[in-house]
Design a protein around this ligand. Structure first.
Ligand code: ISL
Ligand code: CA
Length: 528
């Protein structure tokens, strides 16, 4: 047992629905993933995190689970899953699952029995009799209210996300026993840990009204409470029996919360996904126009680098618009995607790469709501439709923020269908797939993909990058400089050349050729 193996690992996130379709129904699947394992191994990553593949009515693409121990037939069978674990392991790759235990689908057997009042499931969810009228004033993550009336039970249930995602009630001790069985089911199959969905909101201390807020009224009754810390200690003890790791998706946590959640001696989570650096562009990019400041981005990252002994690092996932469209420059797409790669893979912590990030995939140029599938975007659009706003603004908000930006199918080849599927895909393929795809990037020495491979290889054998302390030396409008141990990273995140003094040997540049004393537009270098 090497309890800390995940500190030397790099994780690759797969959104199965959009990765590779093996049977031509337009939906990615497990056999599709198996067919791409050589590709994933060729990147030099160590772990695959699979977004949910469990049985689900797919209102929120699998984040609404109706059975935790069955595979969604759209994705394949349990035999396919076992084959995936075995084939991955043959290539030195570990599998980590998505654990969505804040809520289940209302189609889950627990909920079906709960709404009938059948024990022991009766109190597996939060039910309230105060209907008509809402039990409290809480507002949800996808906007709007958080209570839904159920005509069978004649009561309403709490849902912090969509109405078909009912929140589980962790005041019921039996619930944890069931969850533990689920954990062991997958760990016994060889899974090496979990990415834990919205894990810091599990425990609700009361259902009283919340203080009125712009977003998430009621959140003081469930954000990172002692009850959640207790549950996480139990989660930890099970996963550690199997030498696995956990990374918690933790919404609205500050550094103090994150420390409590991840300090090794507290035995809760190994890492959290913080949103702070991802929020540095939010209000402005999402709602009005793009004015993103690298200074704020870097100072936020740097704060977290210094305050936590270890954490995850990520710039993309299935909920976030593409990083090159947000933090990079589409004019210098290739260069800025490589610069982001350099930052991602040279910060202290365990890096997470999201499918397509390694080829510099961009946001999609959605033309209208009929091209959007994301339940969150649909909810927000309907809320925005009830307030007097110019339609153009409404649409700009949706387009810039939609989670579907990250969910368009993986771009494998230049062909129609982008090598993702032989038939019409469940979500549109980005119109730039003829230029941006794995096949083309494999052939191009200056591509984002080739750079990822080179950097991942270099990182693996570099103690400074794996273990070295982080020290920020310059946080300028155009130039960032930091050290990891004896290695220095210099990033020019602007479209203009900058004169610099490297003061050492340049071991890697995002350009094929580095010119001494100059950082070209969006050039990043590693100096030793
Ligand atoms: O995605 C968001 C903003 O665009 C967040 O509000 C997101 O809903 C939040 O981070 C929780 O995300 C996770 O749980 C959701 C699921 O829809 C997301 O895909 C998942 O990553 C509910 O299970
Ligand atoms: Ca398929």
């Amino acid at each position: 047992m090497d309890g800390n193996w995940w500190k030397k690992s790099v994780v690759y996130q797969i959104y199965p629905r959009s990765f590779c379709d093996s049977n031509g129904d337009g939906i990615g699947d497990l056999r599709g993933i198996i067919g791409k394992l050589d590709y994933i191994a060729s990147l030099g990553v160590d772990v695959i995190w699979l977004s949910p593949i469990y049985l689900s009515p797919n209102e929120d693409n699998g984040y609404d689970i109706s059975s935790y121990t069955e595979i969604n037939p759209e994705y394949g069978t349990m035999e396919d899953f076992d084959a995936l674990v075995a084939e991955a392991s043959r290539r030195g790759l570990k599998i980590v699952m998505d654990l969505v235990i804040n809520h289940t689908s209302t189609e889950h057997q627990w909920f079906r029995l709960s709404r009938k009042g059948v024990e022991p499931y009766k109190d597996f969810y939060y039910w309230s009799d105060s209907w008509p009228g809402t039990p409290n004033n809480w507002t949800g993550f996808f906007g709007g209210g958080t209570w839904c009336y159920d005509s069978e039970r004649k009561a309403s249930y709490l849902h912090l996300f969509a109405p078909h995602q009912a929140d589980l009630n962790y005041h019921n001790p039996l619930l944890w026993e069931k969850i533990e069985e689920i954990l062991r089911f997958w760990l016994d199959k060889g899974v090496k840990g979990f990415r834990c969905d919205v894990i810091n909101i599990l425990y609700k201390d009361s259902l009283e009204n919340g203080r009125k807020r712009l977003i998430l009224t009621g959140s003081e009754h469930y954000l990172t409470l002692p009850g959640t810390h207790e549950i996480l200690k139990r989660l930890n003890s099970v996963v550690k029996e199997y030498d696995g790791f956990t990374v918690g998706e933790t919404v609205f946590v500050d550094i103090e919360d994150a420390r409590k959640l991840t300090l090794p001696e507290r035995k809760e989570l190994d890492m959290v996904f913080s949103f702070r650096h991802m929020e540095t562009d939010q209000i402005i990019v999402k709602w009005f126009k793009k004015r993103f400041s690298w200074k704020k981005f870097i100072s936020t990252l740097s704060l977290w680098q210094n305050e936590l002994p270890w954490n995850s690092i990520y710039f993309e996932n299935h909920d976030q618009p593409r990083s090159v469209s947000r933090f990079g420059s589409l004019e210098y797409r290739q260069q800025s995607a490589k610069l982001l790669a350099l930052l991602l893979l040279t910060l202290k912590g365990t890096p997470f790469i999201y499918q397509g990030e390694e080829i510099g995939m961009t946001n999609f140029d959605f033309q209208g709501m009929d091209e959007i599938r994301d339940v969150e975007s649909k909810n927000i659009y309907s809320i925005l439709s009830s307030i007097p706003l110019p339609e153009a603004l409404r649409w700009r908000i949706i387009k810039a923020s939609s989670r579907d930006n990250a969910r368009t199918p993986m771009q494998w080849t230049k062909e129609k269908g982008s090598g993702f599927s032989s038939s019409s895909p469940w979500l549109g393929i980005n119109r730039n797939s003829a230029e941006i795809n794995v096949e083309a990037e494999n052939e191009d020495p200056s591509s984002v993909l080739i750079f990822y491979r080179a950097l991942l290889k270099l990182r693996k054998n570099c103690r400074d990058l794996l273990e070295g302390d982080f020290r920020l030396e310059n946080n300028g409008r155009r130039l960032t400089v930091y050290r990891r141990g004896d290695v220095k990273v210099m990033l020019n995140h602007s479209g203009k050349s900058i004169r610099v003094e490297e003061k050492g040997k340049v071991v890697l540049s995002t350009y094929l050729e580095h010119e001494n004393g100059v950082l070209k537009p969006w050039e990043g270098i590693l100096v030793k």
